[in-house]
Design a protein around this ligand. Structure first.
Ligand code: ZN
Length: 427
């Protein structure tokens, strides 16, 4: 049975407008034209969902017709394959977002840690958003370990009050401070984040080393743009929905339709790949908020069986000593393929923890346990100090696939993980 829940009663006229626009794009006509007269919420709810591949196929046609509107062309994905493109109005909806979410004001100085360039949108967005709020921006970009001894004092000296970056970047700065005995950036008491879940690891570091800092999050994707927002009183995984973003939750999957008049990319019942549910947020706002429950399980083949990196990761996260986890594969599909489970452990974890985690995973994800019985070396668990981040976006993916059979040699300032304990290959 299909169970559909919605964020709010949408404007039927706006829904019909989006359907007609999508149906007019040649690659999507066959799918939507017969239903383009869609004037009720019931009829809308029966439309088929739009997939990432379909949206990507329509982009050349969208690009051709957008001559009179200023826009940015951004991409998502692209680490292992061609990026999927999206057109975003030059306004970046900054005014619409600031009308509902305004964590900074004109007295703030924001250090923008998002990487500029390479089709990645967040750096430009936080510049636009700060301008909309009347704040000043320090356009720093992502910082490596060797740059932090110079940049952290620079930020303090110039009165930075807010950091904008991925939770991985915020954690990276605090990890550096802990490791080197450097003073944490306590002068920045507002943390503006987007792009990935606010992890337990980042949360633990912020609570300990930036105890006065308040987190202000956004939820969205390059395709849909910002869908929702939260503040320090909301749980980090719970977001209030912007009024022009129509969110449906169908059998647990988050679907989004962007009803804003300026929207260029056709975003209609777009499946983001996130699981979620509607909740009342404990912050006290009366609207329905979306609580995210992780990514939909995408499967891949490993040792001739289908496995889900999300399932493996969520199994490991059940263990109280685990603060973070990442599934890495090497040379997948080849005779020398292997999987490496990287874990961030809480302080006080015992020396044999990696071995115990290995046994735990292999008994619960039984297909994996069965598959490696004839090839024990194909699966290892290692404790690390850092998880691998995407070099373009500084996000930390749950699953990373490497074409090569082995990890590249590491430099001290690399994003690559640093083993902290012995690898566990035996049961
Ligand atoms: Zn809230």
């Amino acid at each position: 049975m299909t169970v559909t829940l919605m964020s709010q009663q949408p404007d039927n006229e706006a829904l019909a407008r989006v359907v007609q626009r999508v149906a007019a794009l040649p690659p999507l006509t066959a799918k939507y034209a017969a239903r383009s007269e869609c004037h009720t919420i019931e009829a809308f709810s029966e439309l088929p969902v739009l997939t990432k591949d379909e949206l990507n196929a329509a982009m050349p046609f969208v690009l051709r017709e957008i001559h009179s509107t200023g826009a940015y062309l951004y991409g998502s994905g692209g680490t292992m394959s061609a990026p999927k493109l999206s057109l975003i109005p030059s306004s970046m909806y900054a005014r619409d977002i600031a009308a509902h979410w305004r964590p900074i004001e004109n007295s703030d100085l924001v250090a923008n840690l998002y990487k500029p360039g390479r089709l990645w949108s967040s750096h430009n967005f936080y510049n636009s958003f700060a301008a909309e709020c009347g704040a000043t921006v320090l356009t720093v970009g992502a910082l490596e370990d060797h740059e932090l001894p110079v940049w952290l004092p620079f930020m303090r000296q110039h009165g930075v009050t807010a950091l904008a970056g991925t939770p991985s970047q915020i954690a990276h700065i605090l990890e550096f401070c802990v490791r080197t005995g450097t003073a944490p950036p306590v002068f920045a008491d507002k943390l503006l984040w987007v792009g990935e879940p606010y992890s337990h690891h980042t949360d633990a570091l912020v609570r300990e080393y930036l105890p006065g800092a308040q987190r202000h999050g956004l939820y969205g994707s390059t395709e849909t743009w910002v869908i929702g927002f939260n503040g320090p009183k909301c749980p980090a995984d719970t977001f209030h929905v912007l009024p022009y973003q129509y969110v449906e939750i169908v059998n647990g999957d988050v679907l989004v339709t962007n009803l804003h008049r300026e929207t260029i990319s056709p975003v209609l019942r777009y499946r983001l790949g996130d699981r979620g549910r509607f909740v009342s947020c404990p912050c006290g706002r009366s609207d329905q908020a979306v609580q995210l429950l992780g990514r939909a399980h995408e499967q891949f083949k490993f040792l001739n069986i289908l496995v889900s990196g999300e399932e493996i990761a969520s199994t490991v996260k059940e263990l109280p000593e685990v603060e973070g986890v990442q599934v890495a594969t090497f040379s997948r599909g080849n005779p020398d393929e292997r999987m490496q489970l990287r874990v961030l452990l809480r302080d006080g974890a015992r020396a044999d923890t990696a071995l115990r985690i290995r046994a735990y995973v292999l008994t619960r994800v039984y297909r994996l346990g069965w598959a490696i019985t004839s090839n024990e070396d194909a699966f290892e668990v290692i404790a690390v100090d850092r998880l691998e981040t995407n070099p373009r976006t500084a996000k930390t993916p749950t699953v990373v696939h490497h074409a090569e059979a082995r990890e590249a040699p590491r430099r001290s300032s690399d994003d690559a993980p640093v083993p902290r304990g012995a690898a566990a290959r035996a049961n």
